[in-house]
Design a protein around this ligand. Sequence first.
Ligand code: AR6
Length: 174
Amino acid sequence: MIQLLKGDITKLEVDAIVNAANTSLLGGGGVDGAIHRAGGPAILEECMKIRQRQGGCRVGEAVITTGGRLPCRHVIHAVGPVWNGGGSGEDGLLAEAYRSSIELAVEHAVQTIAFPNISTGIYRFPKERAAHIALITIKELLAGPASSMKVFFVCYDEENYHIYASMMGGEAGQ
Ligand code: AR6
């Protein structure tokens, strides 16, 4: 139920893609910029409404919006931690970002979900460490509350793709 893909997450026809957002929910660079550009203004409009309601999104948490013009139905905006040396709870917060996304997905009856490599770009989380956390957290959730979900890990950069491919071994193509 886990599959590895390489490429641009905005192109995927899945129920939900996850965005590596920031606490403002107002967009930014990296995958966040790509999602807002390709999805159009409807995504930002919903993000603004969420901001009015709850004032942004905390690190480790997630919110859900429309996919706008994207081929996916929903975008789940998850906020990963900025890497700050590892002594500031970064590992746990990264796991929480994955967990919060899956919880929202379950609530919205999402069957297929695609994750980017949260925090490993602009937020500088070490890639191997992030991949290990992503994989163990998702496997745990697939064994429990998200047992019927199909999860895609979408790697945009070569380095992340190789890390995931070697960690997933024979699972990568399932
Ligand atoms: N599809 C899939 N993955 C992508 C794409 C794409 N189109 N573009 C980049 N990536 P980053 P972060 C990968 O920097 O580290 C933003 O400004 C990229 O190779 O997007 O969580 C937000 O607003 C990397 O592996 O997110 C926040 O302020 C991964 O996505 C901040 O950056 C995550 O890189 C979040 O930083």
